[in-house]
Design a binder for this molecule. Structure first.
Ligand code: 0A1
Ligand code: ZN
Length: 849
C-alpha cells in the first residue's frame, strides 16, 4: 500500500486559472533517453481569476533552466507542480527540460513505440513533456519545431517549414494542452484529398510503418465519409489544410483526437480483408468517425475541466452512433449499441464503480474514461433528442456551435443551449448527469371500456455515496399492437417525470399488446412482470426492430434462467420461435444473426443476482452449452440451406450487407459444427480468403476441441502480423473450457510472442481470460490469481492499462462466499503491493469499499 494518500479532486472546488496563455512555442530535440524540450509561453493574468497564484504542472521532468521575461529564475518545485512569484501583468516564461521517451512505458506524455516517437496527452500527459498549466480551460495557439534525424516529423496544424532533420508546425486554433501531439519516425503516408463544402482543399494522410501500406484504404475511405456526414448532418466542416492520422502499435486506448493529428492504436485503423474481420472493419469505421467528429465536439468546443468529460465524449459517441446507423443498418446498430451498453455500463452502474455521468470527484481522471461517461453519456444525448424532437435538436446544436466555438464549456452550458432553443426547463433532466445507477422501470396495465392504461413506477437503487435517488425524466417510446398482430397505435413518446405515472389510450376495440421502450428510448431496466407474457408475440409481430430483438432476448434469458434455477429443459416454444426467425428470409441476415445470439454469461449472472439468486458461473456456462447443443439439433434440418444461402461470392467487401450474410452464415456454422464434428468448419477454414471466414471457422474448431492443427497452422500463417497474432492469443483463451482457461492463458504468457508491455497483446491474453466468465470464475480461483499476478506486474510499467483491467473484479459481490473470498484475496494482494500507482490505488479502494 502506498504511504502518501493520493489527493481527491472535487468538481465543487473548481476555480478559473490565474493566468491564461496566448501562445506557446515548443522546440523538441529528439533523443531516446534525453529529449530536450524548450518552451516559450506567453502568459497574461486572467481577468476572471479568483487567485493570482502562478502554478505549472510538471511530472518526471528534469529542469535544466527557467526564465521569466528573460531573467533566470529559481523555481519552487513541490511534487508534481512548480510555483513561482510572477508579475501581475503579461510575461514570458521560458524553460528547458529533459525527458526520456525510451523508458516511458506508461505510454503517456512523449514515448517510443518500436523506434517511433509518439505522444498521448489526454488527460494529463502534457505535464510529462514540459511545465505547463495542464488543464483544458487554458487554450493557446501552438507553434512547434521538431529536430530529429527521422524522415517524418509531425505535429498539430499546418506544416510551415521543414529541412533536413527538422520541421516546424503551426496550429492556428487555440487548444488545450491535452490536444497537443507529436510524432516522429520512419513512416510512410498513404494520401488522399478532400474538398470541404466551402471549397477548402484538405490533404489527408494516414501514416503507417513500412509494410502496412496495404492496410490504409479503408481508414481513408471511412475518414472521407465521416467528413461528408458531419457537413450534412451538423454543418460541421473541417478547418485546417491537412488532416493526419498515425497508426501506432503501443497505445493504451483506441485512438486520440489531437487537433489535425489523430493518433490511432494500429488495431483501430489498419485493415485488410485477409487480416481483419467484419467486426474490425465496423469498429475502425466507428473510431475514425468518432475521432474526426471530435474536431467540433471536443476540439473547437472543449471541456472546462475533466468533470465535464461527458460533454465531449457522450456527444461524440452519440454522433458516431448516428453515423454508423446511417452508413449501415439503423436497427442492427441500435441493437449493437444496447448490447454494449448493457454489457459494460449496466455492469458498472450496478457495482462498486458506479458513478454519475458527470462525476463529482476523482483521484485519477484516467480512471473515468468509462462506459458510464461514454456510453451512458451518449444515451443522455439520445434522450434529449427524443424529448425535444429532431428539428429542435439540430437547432440547439447549431446554437451550441455558434455560441461556444473556441470555448471550454460545462454541462450547464450544454443544457442551456437546449433550454434557450426550446423553452424547456431541463432542471429535472439534469439529474441524469448527477445520479448514478440504472433506473428500474416497472410497468403494469389495465383495460376498461376501450381505454388501455399503462402505469409505470421508477426507482433507482442506491450506489456508492448516493443513497437516496430522485425520479428522472424518462422518455418511454410505446406502440400498441392488435391481438392479430397489426399496429393500432404507432410509436408515441410518453414523458415520465414522476415516481409513478399512468398513461391512457382511448377508443380501443380490444385489449392491445404493448411494445414498450421501443428503440430502447431510455437507459433503464424495464420490468414487465406486471403485464402479460408478450415476448413470443412481439418477437413474431413487433414492427419496432429493437423490441422484436429484445423479445427474443427476453425469451432466451427466461429459458436459460429456468434451466439454471429449476433444472428445466430448453423451452420448445422458444426454440420454435427462434427457428422461425432464422428461416424468415424477409428479415435482414444481420438482424437474424443478432436474434440467434444468446445472452452472455455475465448478463445472466447479473440477472440471476437481481432476482435474488447467487449466480453459479459453472451452471450458467453449462446451461448455455446445453441450449446451444439443443438448438443445433432442433434446427439441424434448416441449417445447411441457410449456410449455403449466406455464401458471399466475389471479392471481399466489408459493407453491411455482405457482413450481415457472413454473420448469419457463421452463426449457422457454429451450430453445424456442434453436430458434424467440425467437418464444415474445417472446409471453411481451408478455403477462407478473408479473416472473417477464417477466424469464425477457427473459433468453431477450437470450440469443439479439434484445435491443435488449426492452432499451429494459424500461427505459422500469421506470425508476422501482430494484429492477427493478437486474435490468435485471444481466441484460444476465449474458447478454452472453464477448467483449462487459466492454464492455457498461463501457457500462452510464456510464448515468445507474449510481449506483455504491449497493451494490445496484454489485453488479448489476460483480457480474454477475464472475458471467459466461466474460466475466470472457475472454483479453483486460478483465474483470479493469474490475473492478479499480471496486474501486479504490469502496474509499475503501465498503470493506466492495469487500472482499466481491474474492472474484471468489479462484480465480486455477486458471487458465493468462496469466490468472494478468493476474489477479495486477489484484490487485497494487488492493493498491498508497495508503491502501487495512483490509478490502481484508487481502483482498489473503490472496488473493495
Ligand atoms: N479522447 C479519446 C480517448 C482517449 C482518452 C484517454 C487516452 O489516454 C489516457 C487516450 C485516448 C477518445 O475518446 O477517443
Ligand atoms: Zn472520444
Amino acid at each position: 500500500m502506498r504511504t502518501d494518500t493520493p489527493q481527491t479532486i472535487y468538481l465543487a472546488d473548481y476555480t478559473p486559472p490565474a493566468f491564461l496563455v496566448d501562445a506557446v512555442h515548443l522546440t523538441f530535440r529528439l533523443d531516446p533517453n534525453a529529449t530536450r524540450v524548450i518552451s516559450r509561453i506567453e502568459f497574461r493574468p486572467n481577468p476572471d481569476a479568483t487567485s493570482q497564484d502562478f502554478m505549472l504542472h510538471g511530472e518526471h521532468l528534469k529542469l535544466i533552466w527557467a526564465k521569466v521575461d528573460g531573467q533566470d529564475v529559481q523555481t519552487n518545485l513541490t511534487g508534481d507542480s512548480l510555483k513561482l512569484d510572477v508579475p501581475n501583468a503579461p510575461f514570458i516564461w521560458e524553460a528547458e527540460v529533459e525527458i526520456s521517451p525510451a523508458t516511458n512505458t506508461a505510454l503517456e506524455g512523449l514515448y517510443m513505440s518500436r523506434g517511433m516517437y509518439c505522444t498521448q496527452c489526454e488527460a494529463e500527459g502534457f505535464r510529462k513533456i514540459t511545465y505547463y498549466p495542464d488543464r483544458p480551460d487554458v487554450m493557446a495557439v501552438f507553434t512547434v519545431r521538431i529536430e530529429g534525424n527521422l524522415p517524418v516529423l509531425l505535429s498539430n496544424g499546418n506544416a510551415v517549414a521543414q529541412g533536413e532533420g527538422w520541421a516546424e508546425w503551426h496550429d492556428p486554433w487555440p487548444k488545450p494542452a491535452y490536444l497537443f501531439a507529436l510524432v516522429a519516425g520512419d513512416l510512410i503516408a498513404k494520401s488522399d484529398t478532400f474538398t470541404t463544402r466551402s471549397g477548402r482543399q484538405v490533404d489527408l494522410n494516414l501514416y503507417v510503418r513500412p509494410g502496412d501500406e496495404h492496410k490504409c484504404d479503408f481508414g481513408l475511405d471511412a475518414l472521407k465519409r465521416s467528413m461528408v456526414w458531419d457537413e450534412n448532418f451538423y454543418n460541421a466542416e473541417y478547418d485546417l489544410d491537412i488532416f493526419n492520422i498515425v497508426a501506432v502499435d503501443d497505445f493504451n486506448m483506441g485512438a486520440m483526437e489531437n487537433k489535425g493529428l489523430n493518433i490511432f492504436n494500429s488495431a483501430a485503423v489498419l485493415a485488410s480483408p485477409e487480416t481483419s474481420t467484419d467486426a474490425n472493419y465496423e469498429r475502425i469505421e466507428a473510431i475514425i468517425a468518432h475521432e474526426y467528429f471530435h474536431n467540433w465536439t471536443g476540439n473547437r468546443i472543449t471541456c472546462r475541466d475533466w468533470f465535464q468529460l461527458c460533454l465531449k465524449e457522450g456527444l461524440t459517441v452519440f454522433r458516431d452512433q448516428q453515423f454508423t446507423a446511417d452508413e449501415r443498418s439503423a436497427a442492427v446498430a441500435r441493437i449493437n449499441d444496447v448490447m454494449a451498453l448493457r454489457g459494460r455500463q449496466f455492469r458498472e452502474d450496478n457495482g462498486p464503480l458506479a458513478h454519475p455521468v458527470r462525476p463529482e470527484s476523482f483521484v485519477e481522471i484516467n480512471n473515468f474514461y468509462t462506459a458510464t461517461v461514454y456510453e451512458k453519456g451518449a444515451e443522455l444525448i439520445r434522450m434529449l433528442k427524443t424529448l425535444v424532437g429532431d428539428q429542435d435538436y439540430y437547432k440547439a446544436l447549431d446554437l451550441y456551435f455558434r455560441r461556444h466555438d473556441g470555448q471550454a464549456c460545462t454541462i450547464e452550458d450544454w443544457l442551456k443551449v437546449f433550454e434557450d432553443t426550446t423553452g424547456r426547463d431541463l432542471t429535472q433532466f439534469k439529474r441524469w448527469y448527477s445520479q448514478a445507477g440504472t433506473p428500474r422501470l416497472k410497468v403494469s396495465e389495465a383495460f376498461e371500456n376501450g381505454a388501455y392504461t399503462l402505469t409505470f413506477r421508477q426507482n433507482t437503487p442506491p450506489t456508492p455515496g448516493q443513497e437516496a435517488k430522485q425520479p428522472v425524466v424518462i422518455p418511454i417510446a410505446v406502440g400498441l399492437l392488435n391481438p392479430d398482430g397489426g399496429e393500432v397505435v404507432e410509436t408515441q413518446v410518453l414523458e415520465m417525470t414522476e415516481a409513478e405515472q399512468s398513461f391512457s389510450f382511448d377508443g380501443l376495440g380490444a385489449k392491445p399488446i404493448p411494445s414498450i421502450l421501443r428503440g430502447f428510448s431510455a437507459p433503464v431496466i424495464l420490468e414487465t412482470d406486471g403485464i402479460g407474457d408478450n415476448a413470443a408475440f412481439l418477437l413474431a409481430h413487433d414492427t419496432d426492430p429493437f423490441n422484436k430483438w429484445e423479445s427474443g432476448r427476453a425469451l432466451a434469458r427466461r429459458t436459460l434462467i429456468d434451466m439454471i434455477t429449476k433444472g428445466a429443459a430448453p423451452d420448445q416454444a422458444f426454440l420454435d420461435a427462434l427457428l422461425a426467425v432464422l428461416r424468415d428470409d424477409s428479415l435482414d441476415p444481420a438482424f437474424r444473426a443478432l436474434v440467434m445470439r444468446l445472452p452472455t454469461q455475465d448478463e445472466l449472472a447479473q440477472t440471476l443476482f437481481d432476482m435474488g439468486h447467487t449466480p453459479d458461473p459453472m451452471a450458467i456456462y453449462q446451461a448455455l452449452e446445453t441450449l446451444r447443443q439443443t438448438m443445433a439439433q432442433h434446427m439441424q434440418d434448416a441449417l445447411p440451406r441457410i449456410y449455403a444461402a449466406m455464401h458471399v461470392g466475389g471479392s471481399y467487401s466489408p459493407d453491411a450487407e455482405a457482413a450481415g450474410k457472413r454473420a448469419l452464415g457463421n452463426t449457422v456454422l457454429s451450430l453445424i459444427s456442434l453436430t458434424d464434428g467440425g467437418a464444415q468448419a474445417q472446409k471453411q477454414y481451408d478455403s477462407a480468403d478473408n479473416m472473417t471466414q477464417q477466424l469464425a471457422a477457427f473459433g468453431c474448431l477450437l470450440n469443439i476441441d479439434q484445435s491443435d492443427t488449426a492452432t499451429q497452422s494459424f500461427y505459422h500463417q500469421w506470425k508476422a502480423d501482430r494484429l492477427v497474432i493478437d486474435k490468435w492469443f485471444g481466441l484460444q483463451i476465449s474458447y478454452a473450457a472453464p477448467a483449462k482457461a487459466a492454464e492455457i492463458t498461463e501457457h500462452l504468457t510464456q510464448h515468445p510472442d507474449f510481449d506483455w508491455k504491449n497493451p494490445n497483446r496484454f489485453r488479448s491474453t489476460l483480457g480474454a481470460l477475464t472475458g471467459n466468465a466461466a474460466g475466470f470464475h472457475h472454483p479453483s480461483g486460478a483465474g483470479y490469481d493469474l490475473v492478479a499476478d499480471w496486474l501486479i506486474r504490469l502496474d509499475p510499467v503501465n498503470p493506466q492499462t492495469t487500472a482499466r483491467m481491474c474492472t474484471a473484479f468489479e462484480t465480486w459481490r455477486r458471487y458465493d462466499t468462496d469466490r468472494q473470498a478468493k476474489m477479495k484475496a486477489a484484490l487485497q494482494r494487488i492493493a498491498d503491493k508497495p508503491n502501487l500507482s495512483r490509478d490502481v490505488t484508487e481502483m482498489m479502494a473503490r472496488i473493495l469499499n
